[in-house]
Design a binder for this molecule. Structure first.
Ligand code: BTN
Length: 263
């Protein structure tokens, strides 16, 4: 079961459309790119054992250790305006966090905008990309990377990254997380489509470790010292700068660090 390929036949969540259709790859450049380039139904899951060009936020690379993590993308076709794409990131963050808390009974949290963290380290990253035609969204690619069975990380990542195995000492069959996540994500995604982000934001704010923290926002190489005071419903972080003025920052252009470390 472990250090083996995912048995994708065991991906059978109790859902209406999330992960009901699956594209499985041993190797792919990026599941986000595969999802972008493949005609498919809303909810289709693209999953790989490893990615040769895994993508992170802000043009960063995403390391996708073979057979140890969950490297997946869900193609979605929501009827929403382009400015609301970031809200899908918030919905996904809440769904991943709730999945992991439910399965492992550990205090997983969200570092704004969408890192799932615990004990000061990152266990999951989310990269949501929208495909627009004539200013309208035709597809949203919800890319999720979860560190599951890694025993360790390179020296460069060791103080920033962790895995479910490193936290629990137990290896997990990755299909269990995928099934659980798909069910919880479908519930929140439907809530989002039917009623908007309002109720989900209550959960997001509750789980978010960035709120009320001293932060360093880095915009175009310039460092801004501030306190994170709120999150708007479009997913922008509200920060209060040292001169007392406030500023809304967008996750696409600004990176945020804790003053004393990653969180
Ligand atoms: C981040 O924290 O910077 C976002 C990381 C997102 C990684 C996932 S892995 C599956 C999907 N395919 C990609 O190329 N990226 C996302």
């Amino acid at each position: 079961m472990f250090n083996k390929n995912i048995n994708y036949k065991k991906i059978k969540p109790n859902t209406e459309f999330i992960a009901q259709n699956i594209f499985y790859y041993k190797t792919v450049n990026s599941t986000n790119t595969a999802a972008k380039n493949t005609d498919c139904k809303s909810g289709t899951l693209f999953i790989a054992e490893t990615q040769t060009n895994g993508k992170g936020r802000m043009g960063r690379d995403w390391l996708s250790a073979k057979k140890n993590g969950i490297w997946m993308s869900i193609a979605l076709m929501p009827k929403i305006n382009a400015e609301h794409i970031n809200q899908i990131t918030l919905v996904t963050g809440v769904a991943v966090c709730e999945t992991l808390i439910g399965m492992y009974k550990l205090p997983f949290k969200i570092k704004w905008p969408n890192d799932i963290v615990i004990e000061g380290k990152k266990v999951c990253g989310i990269l949501v990309e929208g495909i627009l035609e004539k200013g309208k969204i035709t597809k949203v690619i919800n890319g999720i990377g979860i560190n599951v069975n890694q025993k360790n990380f390179t020296a460069e990542l060791a103080d920033k990254a962790t895995s479910v195995y490193m936290l629990t000492g137990k290896k997990t069959d990755r299909t269990e997380i995928i099934n659980k996540f798909s069910e919880i994500f479908e519930k929140y995604y439907n809530e989002f489509l039917n009623n908007g982000i309002k109720n989900i934001m209550v959960k997001y704010r509750d789980l978010c470790v960035t709120l009320n923290k001293d932060v360093m926002a880095i915009k175009d190489g310039k460092k801004i010292k501030a306190v994170a005071t709120g999150i708007t419903e479009n997913g922008e972080l509200i920060i209060k700068k040292e001169d007392g003025t406030t500023m809304n920052i967008n996750s696409g252009e600004v990176s945020v660090r804790g003053i004393y470390g990653y969180i």
